[in-house]
Design a protein. Structure first.
Length: 82
C-alpha cells in the first residue's frame, strides 16, 4: 500500500464524515451535550474506529489519484495531437 493511496483514502473518508456530521450527525454520534466525560470519550472512540474502518474499506476500492481530473487527461491528449 502506498502512502499516496492511504492519504487519498483518508482524505475521502474525512470528507465523507464531514458531510455526514454537517447534515445528519445523529447517524454517527449521539447527542453528547448532556454526556459526562466518559460518554464523550466513548463517542470519540467509536467515531475514530468508524473512520479507520472506512479508510481500510476505501483502500480496497480503485481510487482516482488525488488532484487528478479528466480535464488534465483531455489537455494531455490535445497536446499530443498538436
Amino acid at each position: 500500500m502506498s502512502d499516496e493511496k492511504y492519504q487519498s483514502a483518508a482524505i475521502l473518508a474525512d470528507n465523507y464524515i464531514e458531510v455526514i456530521l454537517s447534515t445528519s450527525p445523529e447517524l454517527l454520534v449521539a447527542d453528547i451535550t448532556e454526556s459526562d466525560e466518559e460518554g464523550v470519550q466513548d463517542a470519540a472512540r467509536r467515531l475514530a474506529i468508524f473512520r479507520a474502518s472506512l479508510v481500510e474499506e476505501l483502500l480496497d476500492q480503485p481510487l482516482v489519484e488525488y488532484g487528478s481530473s479528466d480535464d488534465d487527461e483531455e489537455e494531455e491528449e490535445d497536446d499530443e495531437q498538436n
